[in-house]
Design a protein around this ligand. Structure first.
Ligand SMILES: NC(=O)c1ccc[n+]([C@@H]2O[C@H](COP(=O)([O-])OP(=O)(O)OC[C@H]3O[C@@H](n4cnc5c(N)ncnc54)[C@H](O)[C@@H]3O)[C@@H](O)[C@H]2O)c1
Length: 260
């Protein structure tokens, strides 16, 4: 039995990496998915990767999550295409590393705009559509382990993700009476183009950097997009119908403590 049969989802940032893996997995589990990304070519490639299922169950749209009209239009398009919205995955994000003492204000503001305000705007419009349909729904936000603890060189990113975690908890409380669940996934370093973005400016070679990242993960490897997509399918499915307000690390025991 497909675990997301007949569900309708919007996934932001699904033109690459974790979002693309989630979109493909959601469609394989029976959902219809609007792939929303600022990178239109990436979004289109994700829909093409859905294969035959794309004809009925895939669509894409260029969306800048910092633009409220774009976020509202993505929700409207999903409702127009498939009759309702059951799931929002607010996943679009940027890395933009930098030390607090040298980071430019405009870089700080851009990270907050995409990673936090973008989640707020998408959640706001998804929430309204879910409430109007009276079926409830699921809001799933991609935060990060960097939002659960400090990380040198990722101050703006970590602050934005801490905000996403808190916003998720508030959404869970405000949504409960409408049967809207909200949860956040916190990946550890996962093998996507963003890893390159995080390492920008580092003096380490990519191999040295990768070894350093892996050494902080007790299970001994980086995360994969499929690790994250599997958690997303579960949290979005009716199997998780009593799970809301949860902040789920998908992190190979990274957050469990020291000495693994
Ligand atoms: N890869 C990791 O190690 C890691 C770890 C923890 C959390 N995350 C989070 O996972 C999410 C997905 O990241 P990823 O690793 O797949 O990175 P990625 O760079 O492969 O994908 C990010 C996607 O977001 C899109 N995007 C960026 N700005 C946008 C905007 N303004 N509007 C719409 N789309 C926009 C990009 O075009 C891209 O397709 C992000 O929120 C990221 O912070 C990633």
């Amino acid at each position: 039995m497909a675990r997301l049969a007949d569900k309708v989802a919007v996934i932001t940032g699904a033109g690459s990496g974790l979002g693309r893996a989630m979109a493909l997995r959601f469609v394989a589990e029976g959902a219809s998915v609007l792939v929303a990304d600022i990178n239109e070519a990436g979004a289109q490639a994700t829909v093409e990767a859905m294969g035959e299922a794309a004809a009925e169950h895939g669509a894409f749209r260029r969306v800048d999550v910092t633009n409220e009209e774009d976020c509202a239009a993505a929700v409207e398009q999903a409702v127009e295409c498939w009759g309702r919205l059951d799931i929002l995955v607010a996943n679009a994000g940027i890395g933009t590393p930098g030390f607090i003492s040298t980071m430019e204000k405009q870089d700080w503001e851009r990270v907050l705009a995409v990673n936090l305000t973008g989640v707020f705007l998408c959640a706001k419009h998804a929430f309204r559509a879910m409430r109007a349909s009276e079926r409830g729904g699921v809001i799933l936000n991609t935060a990060s382990v960097a939002g659960m603890q400090g990380t040198p060189h990722l101050g703006a990113y970590g602050a934005s993700k801490a905000g996403v975690i808190q916003l998720t908890q508030t959404l869970a409380l405000e949504g409960a009476r409408y049967h809207i669940r909200a949860n956040a996934i916190c990946p550890v370093w996962a093998d996507t183009p963003m890893i390159g973005e995080f390492s920008a400016g580092s003096r380490a070679t990519p191999e040295e950097l990768r070894a350093r990242l892996v050494s902080a993960i007790p299970l001994g490897r980086l995360g994969t997009p499929d690790d994250v997509a599997a958690a997303a399918v579960y949290l979005a499915s009716d199997e998780a119908s009593f799970i809301s307000g949860v902040i789920l690390p998908v992190d190979g025991a990274h957050m469990a403590g020291h000495g693994g």
